[in-house]
Design a protein around this ligand. Structure first.
Ligand SMILES: [Zn+2]
Length: 367
């Protein structure tokens, strides 16, 4: 009896289970379809929600950039390419790797290593600092104490490499290394840093600014840089350091390192790292990578040729090419008229077509 009852009960249960299972499957199907729709729909309200809560975590930079999402505090988050992006849109790089330098994303610089300075030991030791259980102090000082009087201000400029490129500049900078008041800047026009190309609006960019180092025509301290990097990216940071030194009389460890991609002659960017000594980085501490770009222009980091948007949009016209030197001119240029007949070639092309083929615009007629 009891057994039968139990059996019939089971049968009831299993037929209940059957309809419940069908219901559950139907609900699941509806949920799946809904979720699918949610993930692919272009409905703006849903898309906005989706981007905010899903895409950000998957680290798609395009989705994150400038989408105007709500503030999320100052936290940084990881993304798939090994960089992190903070809520203000500026990216952070864990460390700089010359084979995979960060892509320009619209900001003058990105922070490196969470904006925390990192220097080779030599940078500290030349300044007279000794490592004391993970912190730096001046010799004979209490733990964690850096005494101004015991610091050794210095500047170091690394030798040019085999391609004639700057390598690194660093030092312990203070009033001692800065130009005395009233000093005039010297002429640096004789220096042609690696990749320098005439008439391409390049600037000679100090690795350590003149105002901090009193260095003028030092070929180990000058790289080929855009106005955008030199003036808009690096200079405000250099001025901060300068003001800090004037205001406090303190010193800073300073390192400036051009980053080249492969054998290119013009750096893709310059890393600037600064740490104030006497206050252990409280006054001044950053680690950034400034982009050597001109927004809207295409730069050849191999030969220094810059193509602006207007130049890229130019229509085909007549140019005179010197086949021997690879330089091209406007037909009216004196340089074009003095080319030997056998080296002379007239072509109708756009400027971009010529530079893409490796021809170099004349520095005089500036085609
Ligand atoms: Zn010319």
């Amino acid at each position: 009896m009891g057994k039968n009852n139990r059996n019939s009960g089971n049968q009831n249960n299993s037929s209940n289970n059957g309809s419940q299972r069908r219901l559950a499957l139907a609900v699941l199907l509806v949920l799946l379809l809904g979720f699918f729709w949610f993930m692919v729909t272009d409905n703006p309200a849903v898309k906005g929600f989706r981007d905010r809560y899903f895409m950000e975590q998957s680290g798609s930079a395009e989705e994150q950039g400038g989408s105007g999402t709500e503030e999320e505090g100052n936290s940084t988050r990881s993304s798939s390419d090994g960089t992190t992006e903070s809520s203000d849109g500026s990216e952070n790089v864990a460390e700089l790797d010359s084979s995979a330098l960060p892509e320009y994303n619209g900001a003058h610089y990105v922070t490196v290593n969470g904006n925390t300075p990192e220097f080779p030991d030599d940078v500290y030791t030349r300044a007279g600092l000794v490592n004391d259980g993970g912190t730096w102090k001046t010799e004979g000082s209490k733990a964690g104490k850096i005494d101004s009087g015991k610091l050794t201000p210095y500047e170091y400029y690394g030798e040019l490499d085999g391609l004639g490129r700057c390598t690194v500049a660093y030092g312990c900078l203070g009033e001692e290394t800065m130009p005395a008041e009233g000093t005039e800047r010297g002429d640096i026009s004789k220096i042609h840093p690696s990749g320098w190309a005439k008439a391409q609006n390049w600037e000679r960019c100090h690795l350590i600014a003149w105002a901090l180092s009193d260095e003028n025509a030092n070929e180990r301290n000058l790289v080929t840089g855009t106005h955008y990097m030199n003036h808009d990216g690096m200079r405000p940071l250099e001025e901060e350091v300068e003001h800090y030194i004037w205001n406090t009389g303190n010193h800073v460890l300073y390192m400036s390192r051009p980053m080249f991609s492969g054998n290119e002659l013009i750096p893709r960017g310059v890393q600037m790292t600064v740490w104030s000594c006497e206050d252990q980085g409280k006054g001044m501490s950053f680690n950034v990578y400034c982009f050597n770009v001109t927004p809207g222009a295409e730069i050849s980091y191999v030969n220094g040729i810059v193509t602006t948007e207007e130049q890229a949009a130019q229509e085909a016209r007549l140019y005179v090419v010197n086949k021997r030197s690879g330089v091209f001119h406007y037909p009216t240029c004196e340089g074009a008229q003095s080319i030997y007949k056998k080296n002379r070639m007239e072509v109708t092309a756009t400027r971009k077509e010529l530079t893409d083929q490796g021809y170099v615009p004349c520095g005089y007629c500036e085609p």
